[in-house]
Ligand binder design. Structure first.
Ligand code: PEP
Ligand code: MG
Length: 424
């Protein structure tokens, strides 16, 4: 009932009260105590330990697919993003309540029994897991969320991001290797993947190679040698960086080789931000050089640019087993709407007809080539997108932990409707 202090976008559901703590630089993260509300411009992977202690998160910038939103949902912590001037308006120690559904920040606290973490707030009404022909998987960004993710009964992991395994060390890959050696770097990746691969075994876990933009790397130790870019989202990230620095990329691939050698045959390899068959062939060749047989292992790409969607036929001919729609980026690049810019957040529409056309056409071509299709962007948790994908014959849908059960039911409903329509 307190006065409304700020309004942003509800990015992770639940209600939390606590003292606000504004953090700027890394050395301020110790300020964040158990149960505090973190207030910051934008979160980065090195902030995750502090985010785990916090009861809630508020960021000035960012949209529904920003780091804070993705990680908060996995931690089950209520979060508000794109709150504008939160860091200027809120004082350290000021008691506030955030509602991660409505996106509101109000003065004062609510009783503990009125506070809900995101886990409770989205607890499925229907506890029964339905059987579906379309597989329903789950996204994992922080390896510690693997167990909670596996408990959803999802058919596998549609996206395991590698970023946190590396950036949580607070070092760029280059610096990490300089300080600890190549083997430690490979081990760091293996450790992150293995936990999740164990949690899900024998269900498949699709692991994506490193994809962090230079502005995220810059926050890390060693980040001073990162190039300065006007548009990091359009810059040196994903497979472009990996192909350009193949001397580093090969250690990621070596981690896969060793995981396979250890018997983790449920691990799959996914390449981010490819544009065309040339990118795919180069990545496949490096994988082969590293000792991972593309004919034996399941590997594929993310469809995150219109160019990738439009060259799916050539990529299918290059031998991919699957293509997964990264709608966070595909929407950003199709509509020219920066996914992290709150000023245009109302224009970030994953259901825009142009985005849907790229997705629909890609699925159609993949079906001709027997390439499996999936979605691992945030939109896979939206009922409208789920209906569209099932209607178009997608092979699997990967959702946020908190959305898996609802997506399973939505898929089931749509499949039954399609079946009824076909026999009527
Ligand atoms: C995407 O672009 O939809 C995606 C899942 O990748 P990320 O959010 O890590 O860029
Ligand atoms: Mg992406």
């Amino acid at each position: 009932d307190g006065d409304l202090l700020l309004q942003g976008l509800g990015a992770s559901p639940g209600i939390a009260s606590g003292p606000a703590q504004t953090v700027g630089k890394l050395d301020q993260l110790d300020k964040v105590g158990e149960g505090d509300i973190i207030v910051t411009e934008m979160t980065t992977p090195d902030m995750v330990p502090a985010m785990k202690r916090a009861s809630g998160i508020i960021t000035n910038e960012g949209g529904m697919t920003s780091h804070a939103a993705i990680v908060a949902r996995e931690l089950g912590a209520p979060a508000i993003v794109g709150a504008g001037t939160a860091t200027e308006q809120l004082e350290d120690g000021q008691l506030v309540t955030i509602d991660g559904e409505k996106g509101s920040v109000t003065e004062g606290t609510v009783e503990p029994d009125e506070q809900t973490d995101a886990v409770e707030a989205v607890r499925p009404e229907n506890p029964v897991k339905p059987m579906t022909a379309t597989e329903v998987k789950v996204n994992v960004s922080i390896p510690e969320a693997g167990e909670r993710a596996a408990a959803t009964g999802a058919d596998g992991v549609g996206l395991l991001r590698m970023e946190h395994m590396i950036l949580s060390t607070n070092k760029t890959p280059e610096r990490y290797i300089a300080d600890h050696g190549e083997d430690a770097y490979v081990e760091e990746i293996i450790d992150g993947v293995r936990g999740v691969a164990d949690d899900f075994y024998p269900r498949p876990v699709r692991v994506r190679t490193l994809d962090a933009p230079t502005d995220e790397f810059r926050q890390m130790e060693g980040g001073e040698s990162e190039p300065h870019e006007h548009n990091p989202m359009l810059g040196y990230r994903g497979i472009r960086r990996s192909l350009d620095r193949s001397e580093l990329f090969k250690y990621e691939l070596e981690a896969f080789r060793r995981l396979f050698e250890m018997g983790y045959d449920n691990v799959e390899v996914m390449f981010p931000l490819v544009n065309d068959a040339e990118d795919v062939i180069q990545a496949r060749n490096l994988m082969e050089e590293a000792g991972v047989d593309p004919e034996v292992r399941s590997w594929g790409v993310m469809i995150e640019t219109p160019a990738a969607a439009l060259s799916i036929e050539e990529m299918a001919e290059a031998g991919i087993d699957f293509a997964s729609f990264g709608t966070n980026d595909l929407t950003q690049y199709t509509l020219a709407v920066d996914r992290n810019n709150e000023h245009v957040a109302d224009r970030f529409d994953e259901l825009h007809p142009s985005v849907l056309q790229l997705i629909g056409d890609t699925i159609e071509t993949c079906r001709e080539y027997d390439v499996a299709t999936s979605i691992c962007g945030q939109a896979g948790s939206k009922p409208e997108m789920v209906r569209f994908l099932v209607n178009n014959g997608v092979s699997s849908i990967s959702a946020n932990i908190d959305a898996v059960r609802d997506v399973q039911h939505e898929v089931k409903r749509k499949e039954q409707k399609l079946l009824l329509d076909s026999i009527r």
